[in-house]
Design a protein around this ligand. Structure first.
Ligand code: SAM
Length: 415
C-alpha cells in the first residue's frame, strides 16, 4: 500500500487531532485543521482506523498560524500551536458540546479563555532518559529534549536552561529520573527525583548559578530532602496567605484558577459545604469566606498538611480538613451538607462516592473536572439530576486538555 497519501480533514477527534478518510477508514492526524488538504504518512493501521503523521500541508486553513515553539509537534506537550487561539477555543467548545450530548445537555457552554496563551504554567515535570531532559512525544514514551517550554513561566525556563548545561557538564543523566519545577510569583522550587543521590555540594553549585529566588530539593523514593535555597513558595491568593511545598497538587494556571474558584464561589449559596478532593486547601479557604461551615476531604498527605497550615495561618475557624479517601469518608458524612463540591483526578470518582451523593437531597453539586470523559461517565451514574450549566475553563491553553465545571441540582420533577 502507498504510504504517503493525500486527504482532506473533515472533523476533529476527541484530542483535537484532525480526522480524514483514507482507504475508506477513519484516519487521525495531529496538528492539522478542518478543511485542510494534507499529505500524510501512515504510521499505524488498525482494523477500523489509521493513525497518520502530517508530512505536508497542501491547502492550509486561513486559521493556520506558524507555531512559535521550535519543539512543537516533536515534543508532545502542545496540540494547538498551529492555530489561532480563538479557533483553538472553538474546537475545544465543539468537542465538549459533542460529548455532552451523551448527557442530553444541549445548553450553552460558556468558555473562559486563558488570559495568557503562553508562559502561564507554574509547574512542569520533565523526564530524564537517554542523556536527554525533556517531555514525552505524543502517544510515546520517547523523550523529546527541550531547553525551553513556551507554556512555562519565566523562572522555570531560566532554571531549565541552566539545569541542561549543569547536568551535561557533570554527566548526571543516569542519576536522574524526573525534574519538577514550580514557580509562584518571583520564586521557584526545583525538585530532582533521583535514582541515586547527587552530591549536595554539586547541588549548591547549581543554586549559586541560579540565585536566591530558587530552592532545591532531592527526592529519593519516599525520602524528601531540602538541599538549599528557598524551602517554600509563599504567596497571597484570594487574600489568603499560602505556603506551598514542591510536593502538593496545585492548579497549573493561576489566572484561570482564579476565574474557576470565583465561579465556584458565585454558585455556592449553601451554608454547609463539603469540598471533596480538596488539594492544598486554597479553594476551601476561599469557600470559608462565604459559607458557615466547610469540610474538606483530601487523600494526599502533603496536600492535607498544606491545607492544615493554610487553615492555621489564615485562622479559618469554620474549616475542617479530613485526611482520607473520599470513597471512605464521604458516605459517612454526606448527610450533613447542602452543597457538595467534587474536583477529582482524571480518573473521576469512585462508585461509592456516586452512591453517597445519590442518597442525599443536596441543594447543589458542583463537579470540577479535567477529563470530560469521566465527568460524563460519573454524571450518567447519578439519578434524578438536572444539569444547570456547564462551562469550559481553558486551564491548559495550547494543549489538548481543558477544565470543565458542571453545576447540578436534584431534578424534583423526576422524583
Ligand atoms: C484535581 S486535584 C484538585 C485539588 C483542588 N480541588 C484544587 O483545586 O487544587 C485532585 C485532588 O484529589 C486528591 N485525591 C486523589 N484521589 C483522592 C481520593 N480518593 N480521595 C480524596 N482525595 C483524592 C489528589 O491528591 C488531588 O489533590
Amino acid at each position: 500500500m502507498e504510504n504517503k497519501i493525500t486527504t482532506t480533514i473533515i472533523d476533529y477527534g476527541y484530542d483535537g487531532e484532525g480526522v480524514g478518510k483514507v482507504n475508506g477508514k477513519v484516519c487521525f492526524v495531529p496538528y492539522v485543521l478542518k478543511d485542510e488538504q494534507v499529505e500524510i504518512r501512515i504510521v499505524d493501521e488498525k482494523k477500523d482506523f489509521i493513525y497518520g503523521k502530517l508530512e505536508k500541508v497542501i491547502l492550509p486553513s486561513h486559521k493556520r498560524i506558524k507555531a512559535r515553539c521550535p519543539y512543537f509537534a516533536d515534543c508532545g506537550g502542545c496540540s494547538y500551536q498551529h492555530t489561532d487561539y480563538v479557533e483553538e477555543l472553538e474546537i475545544k467548545r465543539q468537542l465538549a458540546e459533542r460529548q455532552l450530548k451523551k448527557l442530553n445537555y444541549n445548553g450553552e457552554i460558556k468558555v473562559h479563555p486563558s488570559p495568557n496563551e503562553y508562559n502561564y504554567r507554574n509547574k512542569i515535570k520533565l523526564f530524564v532518559e537517554d542523556k536527554k531532559i525533556g517531555l514525552k512525544r505524543r502517544n510515546s514514551n520517547e523523550i523529546s529534549a527541550i531547553d525551553n517550554c513556551d507554556l512555562a513561566e519565566n523562572l522555570i525556563n531560566k532554571a531549565l536552561h541552566t539545569i541542561n548545561i549543569f547536568v551535561k557538564t557533570h554527566d548526571l543523566y543516569d542519576k536522574l529520573e524526573n525534574i519538577v519545577l514550580r514557580q509562584e510569583g518571583e520564586n521557584c522550587l526545583i525538585n530532582f527525583y533521583v535514582k541515586t543521590p547527587i552530591d549536595n555540594n554539586l547541588m549548591k553549585q547549581l543554586y549559586d548559578n541560579l540565585g536566591q529566588n530558587y530552592g532545591i530539593y532531592h527526592t529519593l523514593g519516599k525520602k524528601k530532602m531540602h538541599i538549599c535555597g528557598l524551602k517554600f513558595l509563599e504567596t497571597k491568593e484570594f487574600s489568603l496567605s499560602c505556603r506551598f511545598s514542591p510536593y502538593s497538587f496545585h492548579q497549573v494556571n493561576d489566572y484561570v484558577c482564579q476565574k474557576l474558584y470565583k465561579r465556584v464561589l458565585d454558585e455556592v449559596n449553601g451554608k454547609n459545604v463539603v469540598n471533596c478532593y480538596s488539594g492544598n486547601g486554597v479553594l476551601s479557604g476561599v469557600l470559608c469566606q462565604k459559607c458557615q461551615k466547610v469540610t474538606a476531604i483530601e487523600l494526599g498527605k502533603s496536600e492535607h498538611e498544606e491545607a492544615e497550615k493554610l487553615k492555621q495561618i489564615n485562622k479559618l475557624q469554620n474549616l475542617t480538613n479530613i485526611n482520607g479517601d473520599c470513597a471512605d469518608v464521604l458516605p459517612k458524612i454526606v448527610n450533613s451538607f447542602d452543597t457538595i463540591i467534587i474536583d477529582p483526578p482524571r480518573k473521576g470518582v469512585d462508585k461509592k462516592v456516586i452512591q453517597a451523593i445519590d442518597n442525599v437531597d443536596f441543594k447543589k453539586l458542583i463537579y470540577i473536572s479535567c477529563n470530560i470523559a469521566t465527568l460524563i461517565r460519573d454524571l450518567q451514574r447519578l439519578k434524578d439530576i438536572k444539569i444547570e450549566c456547564v462551562e469550559l475553563f481553558d486551564m491548559f491553553a495550547r494543549t489538548g486538555e481543558y477544565e470543565m465545571l458542571a453545576v447540578i441540582t436534584k431534578d424534583k420533577k423526576s422524583l
